[in-house]
Design a protein around this ligand. Structure first.
Ligand code: PMP
Length: 446
């Protein structure tokens, strides 16, 4: 950490914890787990089943060797000579089959700490930060929201907003203040206006939710200038940034990549306002269900305290398998793989962009994404509403997409549509956009 920067003290975070979180005490059993490892201790503590009764005796798998060439990703073509064979050692298997630490397997956490240091320039444990693994990042975001926000609290969120997060706030009747977004991502001007016009006497928002890379749904990536402004506003107005960044590794833009909020914080006089969420879903497997939170120790521990009462921990076995692959690949292999994956999505984006230009010019407006897997386009239709057109007419014409209204935190009309281009072949794209063009023309009475 630069000398000009100081980490905010642990006591600072009490103001950000929800009533539920403050009432939550760590599990009596799980908080004693680490003591079991002390030499000489005979543990009568945990209700761990005796692993000798478990029927599994070995795990091994084959994975693709990391490659920059998108054509070499995935199962197409069956086994290859370059494939990597990973056999889980008996010691790791024993760990994978048993209950484990709430925050995640220590060895996986160390690997992730190294990853965060390489990508964001911050060694978590040296800066009052902590990393915890969850069953996907969604799991951790939900627990973080619950640990910070009280029912009815005001919160800040970008509009449009990842639909999977909206109910986390609306189910507990939060008042969502919508921050505008455009081709540069979240608008710091809009955020400033909201904060400067904040009614006197009204409790200030404790969090801002944002997806900075290849946003779901807009596909946009927040610019450096915007990020810096948002960080400044977080300091001036005392809120935490929930940086939900599952598309971080899916950046295929040509310009140099913009640092994360977590990294940029180092340029601030104090660090500790960013709670970052990463996901392995888009780069290793979404079925693995591995995500991780990185941020101030107190806030990440509050997530762990929730985990202790909900699912105890994320799957040990999944973590052991993930770690087996990551160790085999090492960091260089991981980065080669993620570059290959982003090139794969970059090619898909190019195919989609070309087809958009062929079929939807004059019928829609859009900005091509530089990251992620979504196109967000505005239908040029008389009533500025995509809902009925997409839900019924497009479906009747054999194409399924999401109307923009789904992503509006407080509901309302939207002329936008979210289209995911991750799965389609070039022929599929051609057909889908032909059908969409037909639908829009019909809606316009052409
Ligand atoms: N945040 C955003 C913005 C997402 O798009 C998704 C996946 N749809 C998630 C979080 C959840 O990802 P995970 O699989 O890691 O739970």
């Amino acid at each position: 950490m630069p000398v000009s920067t100081t980490a905010l003290p642990t006591s600072f975070y009490t103001q950000f914890l929800s009533d539920q979180s403050l009432r939550r005490s760590p599990s009596a059993i799980r908080s004693l787990y680490p003591l079991e490892k002390q030499p000489g201790i005979i543990s009568l503590l945990a209700g761990k089943p005796n692993a000798s009764t478990f029927p599994f005796t070995s795990f091994s798998f084959t994975a693709r060797a990391p490659s920059l060439d998108p054509a070499l990703l995935g199962p197409a073509g069956g086994p290859r000579e370059t494939d990597v064979h990973v056999t889980i050692t008996p010691e790791d298997l024993a760990i994978g089959l048993q209950y484990a630490d709430t925050a995640g397997l220590p060895e996986l956490l160390r690997w992730l700490e190294g990853l965060q240091e390489k990508m964001h320039g911050r060694r978590a444990s040296a800066e009052g930060c902590k990393i915890s693994v969850g069953s996907g990042s969604q799991d951790l975001i939900y627990k973080a929201v619950n640990s910070i926000v009280n029912p009815g609290d005001p919160v800040l969120a970008e509009r449009p907003m990842y639909a999977g997060v909206i109910p986390m706030f609306t189910n507990i009747k939060c008042e969502i203040f919508e921050v505008e977004t455009d081709a540069e991502g979240i608008s710091s001007d809009s955020l400033r206006q909201i904060l400067e016009a904040w009614p006197q006497g009204k409790p200030k928002p404790k969090v801002l939710y944002t997806v900075p890379y290849g946003c779901n749904p807009t596909g946009m990536t927040a610019s450096l200038a915007r990020r810096k402004e948002v960080l400044k506003l977080a300091r001036e107005h005392n809120f935490i940034i929930i940086e939900d960044d599952p598309y971080y590794y899916l950046y295929y833009g040509t310009a140099e990549r913009v640092p994360s909020y977590f990294a940029l914080e180092l340029e601030e006089p104090e660090v500790g306002r960013v709670l970052r969420f990463d996901s392995l879903s888009k780069i290793l497997s979404s079925g693995l269900r591995v995500g991780f939170a990185t941020g101030p120790e107190k806030l990440v521990s509050a997530i762990d305290a929730y985990t202790m009462t909900s699912n105890l921990q994320s799957s040990s076995l999944t973590q052991v398998l993930t770690l087996g692959l990551l160790k085999q690949w090492d960091y260089d292999g991981f980065f080669t793989h993620t570059r290959g994956v982003s090139a794969f999505y970059g090619q898909k984006r190019d195919v989609f962009e070309a087809a958009m230009n062929r079929h939807l010019k004059g019928l829609c407006e859009w900005v091509a994404p530089q990251a992620g897997m979504f196109y967000w386009f505005r239908l040029i239709v008389p009533d500025e509403d995509s809902n009925a057109i997409i839900r019924t007419k497009a479906f009747e014409n054999g194409v399924l997409a999401l109307p923009g209204t789904v992503f509006l935190p407080n509901g309302g009309k939207s002329a936008y549509v979210r289209a995911s281009f991750s799965l389609l072949t070039p022929e599929g794209v051609e057909e889908a956009l032909t059908r969409l063009a037909k639908t829009i023309k019909e809606a316009r009475g052409l």
